[in-house]
Design a protein around this ligand. Structure first.
Ligand code: SF4
Length: 240
């Protein structure tokens, strides 16, 4: 495993951007919808989460006051497509109450809070893990916090930067300590990672269709080096 240089991570992003275009995340009309989406997409595809959001919207419940006052069972029935709907309904109702009481249901109030303090507060909410909280920080509050998910872990371990079992924090530091703290970059970089994970770097990778397999003829995914021994002319990530 070799630590990447900032140039490597930026080259990977630039290549993904050139291949896929800007991903325009997060697909939501309001910051609150983004927050609810971050809860609903836990352990489920975005398509399922999106369906649940559509149901909440159609029922007139995609609103902090409405969700805080709604019956948990009613919320659960509407978000069945998101799986674990009973748990998620409780989390959504609880979060809506906190959002009103502590942040005046105003994303600007939330975003004005110092990043580490806000992260700690959100992590204290029952059922809120690091990926959910960091998604809210980045996509709803425009904080320069890099979101790590299973695709990030899979792609960058295969690339040779970190072991696949590296902790969330270690994986996050890979980006946070190497890249400039740029909200727009972090926003689209994570979205590009998800796009690559869905289209090429699947559980069984489709390396032939991967835009970052080789970059500029010199930077190459370590997984492909293992697949093609003898191709040592290529530089490993990190400049080695
Ligand atoms: S070359 Fe293959 S293993 Fe490497 S990132 Fe692309 S799809 Fe994943």
């Amino acid at each position: 495993m070799t630590a990447p240089l900032a140039g490597d991570l930026l080259a990977i992003y630039d290549t993904l951007y050139a291949a896929f275009g800007h991903q325009n995340w997060w697909p939501a009309e309001t910051a609150f919808e983004t927050m609810i989406g971050a809860i609903l997409t836990q352990s489920v595809s975005w398509a399922n989460a999106s369906c649940a959001i559509g149901n909440l919207e159609a029922a007139g419940l995609l609103d902090p006051e409405m969700l805080a006052g709604a019956d948990t069972g009613d919320i659960a029935r509407l978000i069945i497509p998101s799986r674990f709907y009973n748990q998620k309904a409780e989390r959504i109702g609880e979060f809506a109450g906190i959002y009103i009481e502590e942040f005046q249901a105003d994303p600007a109030v939330m975003a004005a809070m110092e990043t580490d303090a806000l992260r700690e507060r959100l992590l204290d909410i029952r059922g809120f893990g690091k990926e959910t909280v960091d998604s809210i920080l980045l996509y709803a509050c425009n904080k320069p916090v890099f979101v790590v998910d299973a695709y990030t872990r899979r792609i960058f371990s295969r690339y040779g930067f970190l072991p696949e079992k590296a902790s969330y924090d270690r994986m996050q530091r890979l980006f946070a300590d190497t890249l400039p703290p740029d909200v727009d970059l972090f926003n689209d970089y994570h979205a590009q990672i998800v796009r690559l994970g869905k289209t090429a770097c699947r559980k069984s990778p489709l390396c032939d269709r991967c835009p970052i397999r080789v970059i500029g003829g010199s930077l190459r995914c370590a997984a492909t080096l293992r697949q093609a021994p003898g191709s040592g002319a290529d530089r490993l990530p990190g400049g080695r």
